[in-house]
Design a protein around this ligand. Sequence first.
Ligand code: DSN
Length: 391
Amino acid sequence: MNKIIDLIDEEQRYQNNTIRLIPSENFISEAVKQALSSDLSNKYAEGYPGKRYYQGNKFIDEIENLAIERGKRLFKVEHMNVQPYSGSPANAAILMALLEPGDKICGMKLSAGGHLTHGHPRITFSGKFFESVQYDVDSEGKIDYEALEEMVEREKPKLIFCGGTAYPWKIDWQIFSKIASKVNAYLIADIAHIAGLIVGGVHESPVDFVDVISSTTHKTLRGPRGAFIGVTKKGLERDSELAKKIDRAVFPGLQGGPHMNTIAAMAVAFEEASRPEFKEYANQIIKNAQALKRGLEMVGSGRDRSVPLKIFGTENHLLVIDCGFEKGKEVAVKLEEMGIIVNANTIPHDQAGPFKPSGIRVGTPAMTTKGWKEKEFEEVGERIGRMIINM
Ligand code: DSN
């Protein structure tokens, strides 16, 4: 026990004494932490509020209902399920709810910034149990909407994912909606990375254009490690059973007892994200990402070398930087030695594989929570850029 407590303390100090630039990470509030470490983790509550398979859930029901109500209000959806353990189970539940095994799905390639659960071939459940077609990005790393449209018309997938994990540009939900409607495909927005930007008003919301949204709650949204699925008005107009299908797929389809401490922490985070100061936070995330890019560009501008750094982005909270063929991991390790924590990442059209990719991914949500402004991000951008060109 003491050993674990000591290690937790060390990890906490490490997190606070280093520069955290992994775009999917953040620092939660004390209130979220309190809910997470509460006695709610003692309780089993299989089922949904009012329909549990275990007794003793009167307070648990209230907590889950509150999380649902707050989540629906925040994201402006008609129905919300807050039980998915994380983003991958949430996307698995959506596929299970809406499709039969072997049906065709469509998502963005992993190397282009997509996610494993969006149909990455062979090794994932989404690529193994479903037939998958994948769309790519252009040389700037932007979705090639024309090629996507052609592919969708040709392949006629039953479901299309939009959204990603290393996509540094805004997503045009309207174009996706137009393309999906041509083949009557379900359209799912995976907003895990940008949920906080959407509720903070700095990225357009997909809810008027898609049938379902899915998201984790711990990235820009700054909540616990959990996830939710939202069903939109458009989704319910298309299929009045959609909400029921999603709920049945989450439980009993895929999961057992919900993690009530996480759901309570989610309710706390939803309330925090509805405050005016969260809008300022989201705004600052964007300004900081642009400052980070400026810092990186100072190095690549020709003062230090003739060929500028190739940077993908940014219109959101993250950037992908080309470090040279298979150099991403090496750069990430060197940066860790300097106290700067990033992750190696594939770049668009990477000739290297995901185990030895050519880039790194950096983002601003966590250090913005710590109070960093443009000046700090410009400086760290310049340090990172300098390190890359000296490799
Ligand atoms: N692993 C998450 C991220 O870092 O973006 C996505 O699942």
